[in-house]
Design a protein around this ligand. Structure first.
Ligand SMILES: *Cc1c(COP(=O)(O)O)cnc(C)c1O
Length: 352
């Protein structure tokens, strides 16, 4: 048996680590790339559609790829504690990798705006959680100031090691497909991930592993679309809490990624996101969180607009697992029916 050793060991030569770097890993990466023919038939029959299921990472989101590197480098630097602001998944990953490293973890989250599963993860791994009466952007501002003054290490995606780790997802996609896709679709929140994928594709191209580059296609939720509108959104709104961000940290890098790749960043509505979310679960058996489905909502939109040519290969990153946000799943699905505990009563319902 050959064990997958996590993204630092598997992609070591592309990462800023040395023999002295202690590797803190939960064996993240190596996530499934699933061909989605039933979904494609509905939304984009002319292309080959694939799903990169990042919810299959150890804490259930792609944030693990960045966190393994950020925490390993923090250990190398011998910091006393790590800190982040989070819409949820960064705190879940920081809490888990911090626990593995034996480091104290402090997280600031927007009160009431973090999905239940993510909060549960941060708490169970023993992170110190502060719910601030404000939004993510305000939480990030506070955390940046505290980390600049003190010995806390910032593990938000402003930490360059986060994007370095996350770029390995693009490299995996190429390894799995045997080539680069024609288009790569992603949800955009803080805009770190789309920037990281672009870096990964470019580095694989330079290394001769792929011979062309994909077009990078990013999607923001309608009420949280600062990059599309070209200005900060003071009070961002969307059902997709993981991308409820009004002032993205990697704004410029994301614009560079779409410019250089001839891609684009556009808007999808909450309705379109939830419709894609349900279609993924019902047609493909893949349960992702609402923010993740923004990528597939984007494919639907681009296909309708005639932007996806016959025979193109399209990869959508599904950024996080559906169990992260059980409330949305329950609210948007058919309720179970309650029945007396007899064979006859169940049969009557079956035949109703
Ligand atoms: C963090 C996150 C995003 C957004 O990624 P950015 O790098 O902030 O653009 C999207 N979906 C999920 C599930 C996330 O956790």
């Amino acid at each position: 048996m050959i064990l997958w050793r996590g993204i630092i060991e598997e992609f070591r030569k592309f990462l800023p680590v040395s023999e002295q770097t202690p590797v803190i890993s939960l064996s993240e990466g190596n996530t499934p790339l699933i061909r989605a023919d039933r979904l494609a038939k509905k939304i984009c029959p002319q292309v080959e559609l694939y799903l990169k299921v990042e919810g299959a990472n150890p804490t259930g989101s792609f944030k693990d790829r960045g966190m393994t590197l950020a925490v390993s480098k923090a250990m190398e630097k011998q910091v006393r504690a790590i800190m982040c602001a989070s819409t949820g998944n960064t705190s879940a990953a920081a809490a888990a990798y911090g626990a593995k490293a034996g480091l104290p973890v402090y997280v600031l989250v927007p009160a009431g705006k973090i999905a239940l599963g993510k909060l549960a993860q941060a708490m169970v791994h023993g992170a110190i959680v502060f719910q601030i009466e404000g939004n993510f952007d305000q939480a990030l501002r506070i955390v940046r100031e505290l980390c600049a003054e003190d010995e806390y290490e910032l593990v938000n995606s402003l930490n360059p090691f986060r994007l370095e780790g996350q770029k390995t997802a693009a490299m995996e996609v190429c390894d799995q497909l045997g080539t680069a896709p024609t288009f790569h679709f992603l949800p955009v929140g803080n805009a770190g991930n789309i920037s990281a994928y672009w870096k990964g594709y470019r580095e694989y191209h330079t290394a001769g592993q792929i011979h062309y580059l994909p077009k990078m296609m990013g999607f923001q939720a309608e009420g949280s679309a600062p990059i599309v509108h070209g200005h900060v959104i003071e009070n961002p709104q969307t059902v997709a809490t993981a991308i409820r961000i009004g002032n993205p940290a990697s704004w410029k890098l994301a614009l560079q990624a779409v410019d250089e790749s001839s891609g684009k960043i556009a808007i999808v509505t909450d309705e379109e996101i939830l419709s894609a979310y349900r279609a993924l679960a019902a047609e493909e058996g893949v349960f992702c969180e609402p923010a993740s489905a923004a990528s597939v909502a984007g494919v639907t939109k681009c296909s309708q607009a005639g932007l996806l040519p016959e025979g193109a290969t399209v990869v959508c990153t599904l950024t996080g697992h559906g169990l992260k946000d059980p409330d949305i799943a329950v609210e948007t699905s058919t309720r179970p029916r309650t029945v007396k505990a007899t064979r006859e009563d169940v049969l009557a319902l079956l035949r109703a």
